[in-house]
Write a protein of this length. Structure first.
Length: 225
């Protein structure tokens, strides 16, 4: 026979197991806080903006040139993360590792129909991220003319070091909140699983539910003298 459970029974299960549910949620939250603050290394980001734009000729920029620049954006986005650029950055800054290692720290994006490329570097030290992203922009500006035979790149904004940088990861409050919810959900799962697996008869309703017949009466327990 299929067992059913109503709202009142749900509430009773929650009340009976509330301490266990909250305890699990608290343990998960505290564990997440400890891991976030003491085991995960904070990471910082620094960004620059590169403008792709032909130099003005006779005071005007042709619409066709703008369209050409827009078509080149995706190509430029790929070139920025290639060894042709990153190897020079590594040499100039005396960085450890290879271009593939540096490329994993670099993110290149741009808005649709925008001639501005955003270059972002993520590192465990904000000062290092600033230094690397500025050098990438500089090397790209210097090398793109040799690679593409065009001179249409200029650095729009440089990254600057902040006195009190805020890490982009980890996010303590988000991690703790997620851990608390996961702990509570685990507690709920354990509570309901324990309730459904418990086949013991505790009252008249349990008898009726198990045998599928109405209870005609009950005999009270008597203590022997």
């Amino acid at each position: 026979m299929t067992e059913t459970i109503n709202i009142e029974q749900l509430w009773q299960i929650l009340k009976k197991n509330l301490l266990m549910i909250l305890s699990l949620a608290a343990v998960f939250a505290i564990g997440s806080a400890l891991i976030t603050y003491f085991l995960i290394t904070p990471k910082y980001q620094a960004s620059t903006q590169i403008l792709v734009n032909q130099k003005e000729q006779q005071g005007q920029i042709q619409v066709q040139e703008v369209q050409t620049n827009l078509q080149l954006i995706n190509t430029y986005n790929e070139i920025i993360k290639t060894p042709a650029i990153l190897d020079k950055v590594i040499d100039n800054l005396k960085l450890e590792g290879e271009s593939a290692d540096l490329a994993s720290k670099v993110n290149v994006t741009n808005q649709q129909q925008s001639q501005v490329i955003n270059v972002t570097v993520t590192d465990v030290e904000q000062a290092e991220a600033v230094k690397i992203v500025n050098e990438i922009s500089k090397v790209f500006q210097d090398e793109i003319e040799n690679i593409m035979n065009v001179d249409n790149v200029s650095i729009l904004t440089k990254a600057e070091k902040s006195e009190n940088p805020t890490p982009v990861s980890p996010k303590p409050l988000v991690n703790i909140a997620i851990a608390f919810i996961l702990g509570a959900l685990l507690g709920l799962a354990i509570a309901f699983l324990r309730e459904f697996l418990d086949k013991s008869v505790k009252n008249e309703e349990d008898v009726a539910q198990h045998i599928g017949l109405p209870v005609l009466g009950s005999i009270p327990a008597f203590k022997q003298k």
